[in-house]
Write a protein of this length. Structure first.
Length: 348
């Protein structure tokens, strides 16, 4: 098999949802964010697994993404669209029973005019300045917006992965001042906010990355493994070089394995300095630059020629790999390319 294998542990995904669910009181609903094709892992399988675990409300970024999730889940579970009610989406929102999280006066108007009576939510800006109505807009339009009977009022934290950041308390206070006294379910927290404590939970939480095994949910079970097949192994003499730019001159006689997988598969070129591949427990450093479809790895010290090596495993999590590239686990996950064989495992 020429492509790498992404192993996705659905049992771990379900366990992570349950663990995050237990972080909030029983009265708090725990949703599930499956945007970006379930953070790159496959939104259909992820959503079905999370529905079995108990999730009843799913979140996607766009209506198009909602279509895939609705296809997998059938009717019943709510599917909310963070991008709201975009021009051209009316029919899809109606036919697939999606719930747009309206984020501007223009969207509120569009929704009220094109789909009166269709469920919706409202997004407020509590300080991030990304999506949602600002305080002044909200106080001007709240009375009219509330006539749409929104199912949910939500906002989003910008710094929840930094518990001591003053923006957390400031956004919390702002969200409360914009929503206290309304009898509509409220939601403020994604994974990071869930871990900040009960005052951030309100009626519904919206975990994403923690479900898939990423920080800031330090207790997450690993969901993703990535194994890359070895295509060829060669001996390299001292003084010879490996890969583009001749950036890895062999200091001693070496054995170099060439693996299937490269930056076209989301193995960021920036990991070239520092990432390892693993033969079981034995680390093998990258030798030279990541290229589009191939990696070259120093396997001189391995007792036997490996058939494949692991890039994501217990020894190297997505967050560790992200550190090598100066990025975050989210980007590693959502970059995982379409060439991999996605193997879903259902048992713990
Ligand atoms: C992506 C996103 C989430 C999920 O965030 P995680 O950090 O992955 O848990 C929740 N809410 C909104 C508005 C988002 O954009």
């Amino acid at each position: 098999m020429g492509n790498g294998t992404l192993t996705i542990n659905l049992a771990a995904l379900a366990e992570n949802w349950s663990a995050l669910d237990r972080h909030s009181a029983a009265s708090v609903e725990t949703g599930a964010v499956v945007k970006a094709n379930g953070y790159g892992l496959g939104s259909a399988r992820a959503a079905k697994t999370l529905a079995q675990a108990g999730a009843r409300r799913f979140f996607v970024a766009t209506a198009e993404e909602g279509a895939a999730v609705r296809g997998a889940l059938g009717s019943g579970p709510e599917i909310c669209v963070f991008g709201g009610h975009m021009r051209g989406d009316t029919e899809m929102i109606h036919d697939l029973q999606l719930v747009p999280m309206l984020n501007s006066i223009a969207q509120i108007t569009r929704h009220a005019e094109s789909l009166p009576g269709h469920p919706c939510g409202i997004q407020l800006d509590s300080g991030m300045n990304r999506l949602g109505l600002e305080a002044a807009e909200w106080s001007a339009i709240a009375e009219i917006a509330l006539q749409l009977s929104p199912q949910l009022i939500m906002s989003h934290l910008a710094c929840a992965d930094e518990p001591d950041h003053p923006a957390n308390a400031a956004q919390l206070a702002q969200f409360k001042s914009m929503t206290d006294g309304l009898s509509i379910p409220r939601s403020l927290s994604a994974t990071g906010g869930i871990l900040l404590g009960p005052e951030f939970h309100f009626d519904l939480t919206r975990p994403g990355i923690g479900l898939y095994g990423g920080l800031p949910f330090v207790d997450a079970k690993r969901v993703v493994g990535l194994s890359l097949p070895v295509i060829q192994i060669r001996d390299v003499a001292a003084g010879e070089s490996v890969g583009y730019g001749y950036s890895w001159p062999a200091k001693a006689p070496s054995r170099i394995a060439t693996l299937s997988g490269g930056y076209a598969d989301g193995i960021l070129r920036a990991i070239s300095a520092g990432a390892q591949l693993y033969d079981g427990d034995i680390p093998c450093p990258l030798a030279g630059r990541v290229s589009m479809d191939l990696l070259t790895v120093d396997v001189t010290h391995l007792p036997e020629a490996p058939d494949s090596l692991d890039l994501l495993c217990d020894h190297q999590t997505m967050d560790a790999l992200a550190d090598c590239a100066g990025t975050i686990g989210y980007e590693i996950l959502t970059s995982l390319g379409p060439r991999y064989t996605r193997r879903f495992v259902e048992t713990p």
